[in-house]
Design a protein around this ligand. Structure first.
Ligand code: ADP
Ligand code: ASP
Ligand code: MG
Length: 407
């Protein structure tokens, strides 16, 4: 059972989560629960770091950020003990979550769950601090924003859980973010392929790595509301889903930034130099567009998008290449992205044309486009994103019977 930040935001909610975990135990299950930091704690910790440093040291950042989830777990363990049950809280490191050394976005390499298994065998409920682990060099690491989802899935795989329940302030995975489209529909099931595309294109309800990990390790994910008992959304492998709707969901992000390099020599190896520098700085690049020079021996222009939070690091990685690999670097910070995802798109032409005409009809300029067999994404100015999401959701007829169930 994984509970997100909203579900543990105050003392009352922590007690409610404690009760819910105990109910599960009393129903005959052994429970491992993963908790996130309370409310906006992680954002507040980041702000604290930025108050004392312009570029906080990544190792120290992880020491700081990991504290938020530890607080939640210790408090919840106290509440469970007061209910007359036995609970123990563990840090990611104590829970055996081993990661690589990429601070602030570490990857899980292994889960050594012996201590959890021993505690379960002693009839204890185990509360694990989400979003963190310990690196191969024994430093505390964190797993990237939204990383408690990945902690939960990794532990579910390690202990052979029947199901990994992700409890949050929404009742499941919806056809669009219910905060933007109140008429969005709750999806009873969604395939791994679609969920991967949705998570990658901004549906914060599950962290992308959690979905990847679940697919690779055969973990059944159930996203549901922490406020009621109604069934949520189950993520299934392709063979288990019944049908392929043309369009399943509209997703979005308002946290993109675009970098444009001009005066790039039109020679083999230059793009490799640029994107190697970004990869070495651990910046994940999303869309890339290159404009070829119009004359031989001319200069090209390369634009690409990165998460806005990576902009400073991206610029730092590219600056040493200036003059040799490009002349000028410009940045647009307020970019967003709107995407439509659907497995049925594979066999239906005309979806892209409809997306572009819907956005055109709204007077929204498309700055970049990318596609996969089951997704079409458009980069647009971030201020237009909510309007674009609502227009696409309406145009593709995604409103439906399970609407308005958002927590
Ligand atoms: P938690 O803190 O519990 O991990 P998150 O804030 O990370 O919760 O994720 C839940 C949020 O994801 C919801 O409040 C909702 O606004 C957002 N969201 C974005 N897209 C979707 C979607 N397609 N379905 C459901 N929720 C979505
Ligand atoms: N607390 C972390 C965050 O806000 C991790 C999580 O909530 O999953 O990103
Ligand atoms: Mg989350």
């Amino acid at each position: 059972m994984k509970f997100g930040g909203t579900s543990v935001a105050d003392a009352e909610r922590i007690k409610r989560v404690a009760r819910r975990i105990v109910d599960k135990r009393e129903a005959g299950y052994q429970v491992v629960a993963v908790l996130s930091a309370r409310g906006k704690t992680t954002d507040e910790l980041i702000a604290m770091a930025e108050e004392v440093s312009d570029a906080p040291h990544p190792r120290e950042m992880d020491m700081l950020l990991s504290t938020g989830e530890r607080i939640s777990c210790a408090l919840c363990a106290m509440a469970i003990n007061d209910l007359g049950h036995r609970a123990i809280s563990l840090t990611g490191s104590q829970a055996g979550i081993m990661t690589d050394t990429s601070h602030t976005k570490a990857r899980i390499l292994d889960v050594r769950a012996d201590r959890i298994k021993t505690a379960l065998a002693e009839d204890q409920m185990v509360l694990v601090a989400g979003f963190q682990g310990v690196s191969t060099t024994s430093d505390v690491t964190t797993l990237g924003r939204g990383g408690s989802d990945t902690t939960a899935v990794a532990l579910a795989a390690a202990v052979g859980a029947e199901e990994c329940e992700i409890y949050s302030d929404v009742a499941g995975v919806f056809s669009a973010d219910p905060r933007i489209v109140p008429g969005a529909r709750k999806l009873p099931v969604v395939s791994f392929d679609e969920m991967l595309e949705m998570a990658a294109s901004g549906a914060a309800v599950l962290q992308l790595r959690a979905v990847e990990y679940a697919r690779n390790h055969g973990v059944r994910i159930h996203c549901r509301s922490s406020f009621d008992d109604s069934p949520g959304t189950v993520v299934l492998s392709a063979g288990e889903t019944m049908e392929n709707p043309l369009i399943t969901a509209v997703t979005h992000s308002t946290a993109e930034a675009r970098l444009t390099l001009t005066g790039v020599p039109d020679e083999p190896g230059v793009a490799a130099d640029i994107f190697r520098a970004l990869a070495e700085a651990n910046v994940s690049v999303d869309m890339i567009v290159q404009n070829e020079p119009s004359s031989a021996g001319g200069r090209a222009e390369i634009s690409f998008t990165v998460p806005r939070e990576d902009l400073r690091v991206a610029r730092g990685a590219l600056e040493p290449l200036a003059s040799r690999v490009f002349k000028d670097l410009s940045m647009q910070e307020q970019m967003g992205k709107v995407s439509i995802v659907g497995a049925g798109m594979r066999s239906h032409p005309g979806v892209a044309a409809k997306v572009f005409s819907v956005l055109g009809g709204e007077g929204i300029n498309i700055e970049m486009i990318s596609t996969s067999p089951i997704k079409i994404s458009c980069v647009i100015a971030s201020e237009h994103v909510p309007r674009a999401v609502r227009a696409l959701h309406g145009a593709f007829g995604l409103e439906g019977p399970n609407a308005a169930e958002a927590g």
